[in-house]
Design a protein around this ligand. Structure first.
Ligand code: KE4
Length: 434
């Protein structure tokens, strides 16, 4: 494995562990699942990250999705620099919030009314609260391995960092909360139907990642989303697409545009803020009008609609709205990366599963098809950890967990794909002693 000087990162991590839980501000950053210490980043430009020791990496996480235009895109920097002199926050309504709401309603097919918040977690927590307030029902249904942020109701069979760290059902979530969260296997319409029939008139909302990014990448089976749409309509259940990852990434209108299935509510995050903290939830007018102060379902936030965050988010969303051709290019480049990875594994006799939808994909270290949490768990986590470290030492910054997807930006070009494929071939060999 090529050598890598990580001395400054290691020094910072030693200090950080004494000051912050696990030395990080979000668990999945801690590299716990892949071994070694996290790398501390200093700067980034386009497709490239630079760490505090001066090492450079091709970025396949892009801040877990937000940096779809690559790092420091001029259009976003210009918008933020223009907004800065007017102060950073008012706690009062601003023009940009109106423009942001108009653009979200224009881009996302099912959204008629929207509320801005500060993270994906706030968006999903608020969406299920308004669904409960609208229906007067208590229970929600989520899918095993899906991750909807760290709200108590969602830390039941959760994916992403919770799955990575083996705590899909977190301590601190009370029985009183857990009893109102039902779970079904992803892609299992029959099991879902049975749960709805066993809980008539009790389920307020069904929340789903329309394409799962938190098991690793798991696409919906043919007809699955449409089947759920019909079940929710039949049972009077609020159907929520958690598009925090897929929104504005899989198409301008996200997964609901790509698959032609309209939810009742949509939660958004990541790309919407252009790298700044922004989340949003929105959908049917009759449901959103239940939210205070229009209705009685309370939800609030000091920095919601923050003028600097909305400047960054608006600039990025406007660019995506005005350049639909970039989605075809993202798909082409992502196909080269994913298909190349699958081919390299096959040439080595590994036959690993690579799942992809648009610019979200990942390689599972298993030869089985991966269609849900159970099949994802057949992956060889030790081999994945060896592969991750081998790639890191070759300047490839992948998601530090088998149960995460990678996110490609428009800054990824064919020559960079070639660099990746060379590193992938060497690292796959190294990880398996071939
Ligand atoms: P945030 O609260 O992290 O902004 O969003 C929560 C969330 C909600 N819904 C989906 C589908 C998500 O993927 C997320 C957050 N995604 C993780 C990555 N798997 C964020 C990275 C992290 O936790 O540090």
């Amino acid at each position: 494995m090529p050598d890598l000087n990580l001395s400054t990162s290691d020094q910072l991590f030693t200090r950080a562990k004494d000051l912050m839980p696990g030395g990080v501000n979000s668990p999945v950053r801690a590299f716990r699942a892949v071994g070694g210490h996290p790398v501390f980043m200093k700067s980034a430009q386009g497709a490239w990250l630079t760490d505090v020791d001066g090492n450079r990496y091709l970025d396949f996480i892009n801040s877990w999705g937000p940096m779809i235009l690559g790092h420091a895109p001029q259009v976003v920097l210009d918008a933020v620099q223009h907004a800065l002199p007017d102060s950073l926050s008012f706690g009062a309504p601003t023009r940009r919030e109106v423009e942001m709401a108009e653009l979200i309603c224009e881009m996302v097919p099912s959204v008629e009314k929207v509320r801005l918040v500060n993270s994906g977690t706030e968006a999903t927590m608020s969406a299920i609260r308004v669904a409960r307030g609208y229906t007067g029902r208590a229970k929600i249904l989520k899918f095993e391995g899906c991750y909807h942020g760290h709200g108590d109701s969602f830390l039941i069979s959760a994916g992403s960092g919770a799955l990575t760290l083996g705590t899909p059902d977190s301590p601190g979530v009370t029985q009183g909360v857990a009893q109102d969260t039902l779970t079904a296997p992803y892609n299992d319409l029959a099991a879902t139907r049975q749960i709805l029939e066993a809980n008539p008139g009790q389920i307020a909302a069904m929340i789903i990642e329309p394409v799962v990014g938190n098991i690793g990448l798991v696409p919906p089976a043919e007809g699955f989303l449409q089947g759920l749409r019909e079940l929710c309509t039949q049972h009077g259940i609020v159907f929520i697409f958690d598009e925090v990852m897929t929104g504005f990434r899989l198409a301008r209108g996200g997964a609901q545009e790509l698959f032609g299935v309209l939810p009742d509510l949509t939660t958004l995050g990541k790309i919407i803020g252009g790298g700044m903290p922004v989340g949003a939830y929105g959908g049917r007018r009759d449901i959103m009008d239940q939210v205070a102060p229009a209705g009685k379902v309370y939800q609030a936030g000091t920095l919601s609609g923050n003028p600097i965050a909305t400047a960054a988010g608006l600039a990025q969303l406007r660019y995506l709205q005005e350049h639909p051709e970039l989605y075809q290019e993202l798909d082409r480049i992502s196909a080269r990366l994913a298909d190349g990875t699958r081919q390299i594994a096959a040439e080595l006799g590994l036959n690993y599963t690579v799942n992809r939808v648009g610019s979200m994909w990942n390689v599972f270290f298993t030869a089985q098809p991966v269609t849900d949490l159970a099949s994802a768990k057949t992956s060889d986590l030790e081999a994945f950890g060896r592969y991750f470290r081998a790639m890191l030492h070759r300047g490839m910054y992948l998601a530090p967990s088998q149960y995460e997807a990678v996110f490609i930006s428009t800054a990824m070009t064919d020559d960079l794909v070639d660099l990746y494929l060379t590193a992938c071939r060497e690292s796959m060999r190294e990880a398996h002693g071939l």
